[in-house]
Design a protein around this ligand. Structure first.
Ligand code: SF4
Length: 410
């Protein structure tokens, strides 16, 4: 039996050096981690070996975290990036009924809301004034939505703020838009792109396994549909994020399979900009209250998932983002020591996790991000949505030579 780790040992893992921890690991785990570190490629190990890493405990778990942190430094340097953006959830009316969602409302509930395209554009314009470069637009799925509503939102936002990057519409919304318009998927996506859609959120992925999806939300798009939307979007020049919700009914094997599936898609399309693990926020959800799920991830699971993502996606998806609204600030920092390199967006307003019971707040200012990052001894940098423009937020002379970034990130 591996020895049990204390909370303080887990919280103090950032002070560990891989080369000091490695000798204490079981030979199989050490060999898997060494192969990934040497090749900087998560494909260097077989699925069974990845399952063993996902079950690591005791010293093996500390080794996993230290290896992920080392690989992060090699692949992403010492920068921690973030994007200045605003979340706009244009309606909370939704017929899908996901059991993990505390945000959606039935049409006759008293606290529903629905923003028209001009109101969405107004919010985008306000965000632009405050320095945002991106709006992230998603919403519930109400019955009877005008067929071209998603297109009309894009037109209104682009009209108001032509340079704003629009990151919008989950694969579930895309499937709904296709149903509403009767257009073929590829044509529908091209129409959205031509009207200003920049990138898609790779949400609605949850766990890409139909048995688990059936428990979480019987009405949601299938694994095959999610993959088809993402592949078609990428082929049409629309990049996306990739996500996974963990800490509910899934097992560590599901994490591994999902990461390997995302790799496969990435190898084919190159369209993913990052991977975002999303911890299940259980408090106000049916899924938890009906006894169908555990009460969200443990500290070990949060750290392990971020570390596994860095290791298993290495050489394929090299940006690993923490979702600070689902974690608290300290936990976000720990996950950024366990392999992650991106803080996500400032958001300005965030409704979905807050309704489910998350308490991290609705807005983190760029200044807050900068001080959280500096506290960790890393370098804050603002990025655009697709990581092609990265702006350091402090002059380089503030850092020692080892702390500064690799030239290709400049
Ligand atoms: S997660 Fe999205 S699709 Fe599911 S119920 Fe909530 S708003 Fe609707």
């Amino acid at each position: 039996m591996p020895r049990a780790l204390s909370i303080s040992e887990l919280e103090n893992f950032p002070s560990l050096d891989w080369f000091d921890v490695a000798p204490a690991l079981t030979p199989e785990v050490r060999s898997s981690l060494e192969r990934i570190l040497e090749t900087q490629n998560g494909n260097a190990i077989a699925q069974e070996e990845a399952f063993a890493l996902a079950h690591a405990e005791g010293d093996d778990l500390l080794g996993l975290l230290a290896a992920a942190n080392l690989l992060r430094a090699d692949l992403a340097g010492n920068l921690i990036t973030y994007v200045v953006n605003r979340n706009i959830n244009f309606t909370n009316i939704c017929f899908v009924g996901c059991k993990f969602c505390a945000f959606s409302r039935g049409p006759r509930e008293s606290d529903t809301y629905f923003l028209n395209p001009d109101q969405v554009a107004q919010k985008a314009a306000e965000a632009w004034q405050l320095g945002a470069t991106e709006v992230c637009i998603q919403g519930g799925l109400p019955h009877g939505l005008p067929p071209f509503y998603y297109r009309d939102i894009l037109r209104a936002v682009k009209n108001a703020v032509p340079a704003m990057h629009i990151h919008a519409f989950s694969p579930m919304e895309i499937v709904y838009g296709v149903e509403l318009t009767g257009m073929p998927l590829a044509d529908y996506l091209s129409m959205l792109r031509d009207n200003g859609l920049g990138t898609l959120p790779g949400t609605a992925a949850e766990i890409l396994d139909d048995e688990i999806r059936h428990i979480l939300s019987a009405n949601k798009l299938s694994t095959a549909q999610w993959i088809e939307v993402i592949r078609t979007a990428h082929r049409g020049g629309i990049r996306s994020t990739s996500t996974m919700m963990y800490g509910h009914t899934e097992t560590p094997e599901h994490w591994v399979r999902q990461m390997r599936l995302l790799r496969e898609i990435q190898d084919e399309t190159g369209g993913f900009t990052e991977f975002v693990p999303l911890g299940f926020v259980h408090q106000n959800t049916l899924l938890f209250h009906q006894g169908l799920a555990r009460s969200g991830p443990t500290l070990t699971e949060h750290l392990k998932v971020h570390a596994l993502a860095r290791l298993l996606l290495a050489g394929s998806i090299d940006n690993i983002q923490v979702s600070w609204v689902k974690l608290n600030r300290r936990l976000s920092q720990l996950c950024l020591h366990a392999g992650a390199n991106d803080y996500g967006g400032t958001l300005m307003e965030e409704n979905i996790s807050r309704e489910a019971g998350a308490t991290a707040g609705q807005y983190t200012s760029p200044e807050d991000f900068q001080s959280l990052i500096l506290e960790m001894g890393r370098i804050p940098a603002e990025r655009n949505t697709i990581y092609t423009r990265i702006k350091l937020k402090l002059p380089l002379e503030k850092f020692t030579a080892e702390e500064t970034l690799e030239p290709e990130f400049a």
